[in-house]
Design a protein around this ligand. Structure first.
Ligand code: HEM
Ligand code: SF4
Ligand code: SF4
Length: 512
């Protein structure tokens, strides 16, 4: 049933991603950087918030005038900082919601990823608390509406001895002590949020938390321009003797308040708790069927730690040697953290086809798709490509992944393909082997979209290995003009076919 939700959502988001790919290019595409952008907007809010706080008067009577002063008298700095603070926090909501929808649509929330999802749900509440509490501090009519609404909502739970909404009953009832409590919530809410954001990415090996510099500068510039042309302004000052009527809500944070007026506190608690609970348990509805984790073959493992370094999920640990061989360490896989992506297989120095053994046994291997099977499939594909090739049609081996464009459709015209759980499973020596002695005329590598590897690091490691920047690297002797990579997601099949044709034409031109 969830598939019926995921598929149209994926289609919609994929359109947006491809649309942004054109002007920005994949590395700067905001749709592919949603988590890092949310982090960036947090920092912008934090820095601008510190400046605003310096000018802010934390008393009931002084709060509003101090904010008016920075907005109108010091508009060029205080006003801009106030606007940046508001727009960056709105940006956090937008990027967070899109990030949630995207991870869900890509099915990147179940299995070992449950942890990031689960902690992500807590972030929604913390972000809402941080944002809404900020609006209280302006102490204008919007603050009055939101603060009273929030307190009445809380009072419904009956957890406080005396209703907290009583602090807002009459003109004189709000005192500086209670107002300081509101300030305190707005300072500690974001600090908790930051702590929870750290917890959120704790299990993500080499988590990317900063957007590319250009995207960060561009986003900041956009917020600054917005702050100048549309500065954040206050409503008239709060007056507990009157009921505010005309209010401009910040819908990013205040979408629940009209629902509160409409449904009442009980129904709203039921709705928000129900939705939160549903989000919390989503990774197990149904749980992801776990693929078998790789096995370590100690007789081939020299404890080099490459699989430990390359695993995107931190599923490999290094332990003291247990078999008496003269190495310090050996690799051990924690099946609870493993997604069976095979990236460790691609990183193992023993994963080489240039061996005389009858069966290819490497240091670490997938039980469901052994490297020996990959080798057999690859040699069969190359043999077919060789049979079909001629001067007009070079024999090409395409190696792709199960999460990218469906490469079985590019087969034909002396082109044959094999698919792996992740392109990072391909040891560079296999490319060397495929191109040596004219076995294949060309090798094309593909996988998920650029900067969007399903297993996070498969594309990065593959590019680094092919470029000789990361062990195990592709030997220098391999003719680079016969190797090409193009990263194409499931929606980029046409672009992949075009790129393949261009590669084919180039190989013919070069006379290979
Ligand atoms: C303040 C809001 C949030 C921030 C700043 C944030 C940031 C991040 C970052 C930086 C990553 C790691 C990306 C990488 O290196 O691959 C990530 C991953 C993830 N986030 Fe969030 N996130 C937020 C909210 C959420 C929410 C609300 C959800 C869902 C309920 C969520 C679900 C996930 C999932 C499932 C992953 C994937 C982990 C993986 O690929 O293994 N996040 N997030
Ligand atoms: S298969 Fe993937 S997740 Fe499992 S240990 Fe190897 S690299 Fe890590
Ligand atoms: S990469 Fe291979 S040899 Fe190195 S530690 Fe892992 S299993 Fe052992």
């Amino acid at each position: 049933m969830l598939k019926a939700l995921q598929s149209p959502l994926r289609l919609m988001l994929e359109r947006l991603e491809l649309l942004f790919d054109k002007p920005f290019g994949p590395p700067w595409n905001p749709m592919r950087q949603l988590g890092t952008l949310a982090f960036f907007f947090f920092w912008v809010s934090a820095v601008s918030g510190i400046y605003v706080f310096i000018l802010f008067d934390t008393s009931v009577s002084g709060a509003y005038p101090s904010i008016e002063y920075m907005t109108h008298e010091q508009w060029y700095l205080g006003g801009v900082m106030r606007s940046l603070h508001r727009y960056a926090s709105d940006g956090m909501v937008v990027t967070m919601v899109l990030h949630l929808l995207r991870e869900f649509s890509l099915d990147r929330y179940r299995g070992v990823r449950w942890y990031s999802w689960f902690t992500g749900v807590a972030l929604i509440w913390l972000l809402m608390l941080s944002g809404i509490s900020g609006y209280w501090l302006v102490w204008d009519q919007l603050a009055q509406y939101v603060a009273i609404g929030s307190m009445e909502w809380l009072d419904w739970l009956g957890i406080f001895g005396e209703p907290v909404a009583n602090n807002f009953l009459t003109r004189g009832s709000l005192d500086d002590r209670f107002f300081s409590l509101l300030v305190f919530i707005h300072i500690f809410g974001p600090l908790f949020l930051l702590f929870a954001m750290w917890i959120h990415v704790l299990r993500v090996n080499r988590a990317k938390i900063n957007p590319p510099r250009g995207l960060a500068f561009g986003s900041l510039a956009m917020l600054v321009v917005l702050s100048f042309i549309h500065p954040a302004l206050s409503h008239p000052p709060a007056d507990l003797g009157t009921i505010p009527t005309e209010l401009g809500l910040d819908w990013f944070y205040m979408f629940l308040y009209p629902a509160f007026d409409l449904l009442g506190p009980g129904a709203l608690w039921a709705l928000s708790f129900g939705l939160t609970l549903l989000l919390f348990v989503l990774p197990w509805l149904p749980p992801l069927r776990r693929a078998k984790a790789p096995e370590v073959f100690l007789e081939q493992c020299n404890g080099c730690t490459r699989c430990f370094d390359d695993c995107p999920y931190g599923a490999v640990i290094m332990q003291p040697r247990s078999d008496g061989r003269p190495f310090l360490q050996e690799a051990v896989v924690n099946p609870d953290l493993c997604t069976a992506c095979g990236i460790c297989v691609g990183s193992c120095p023993m994963s080489t086809p240039f061996r005389s053994d009858a069966k290819l046994v490497t240091g670490i291997d997938l039980p469901t798709l052994s490297l020996d099977t990959v080798y057999e499939r690859m040699t069969a594909a190359i043999a077919k490509a060789r049979m079909e090739r001629n001067t007009e049609r070079p024999g090409i081996l395409v190696v792709g992944c199960d999460h990218g464009a469906n490469i079985s459709t590019v087969e034909g015209d002396a082109t044959h393909a094999i698919s792996l759980p992740c392109i990072g499973m391909l040891p560079p020596s296999f490319v060397d082997f495929a191109l040596s002695d004219g076995a294949a005329d060309g090798v094309m590598l593909t996988g998920c979209s650029d900067c969007d590897c399903h297993h996070r690091l498969g594309i990065v490691w593959t590019e680094d290995r092919m470029a000789g920047l990361r062990d195990p690297y592709l030997r220098k002797r391999v003719p680079r003009e016969r190797l090409h990579s193009y990263w194409a997601g499931p929606g980029d099949l046409a672009a992949l076919e075009d790129e393949l044709q261009r590669f084919r034409d180039r190989l013919i031109e070069n006379g290979t």
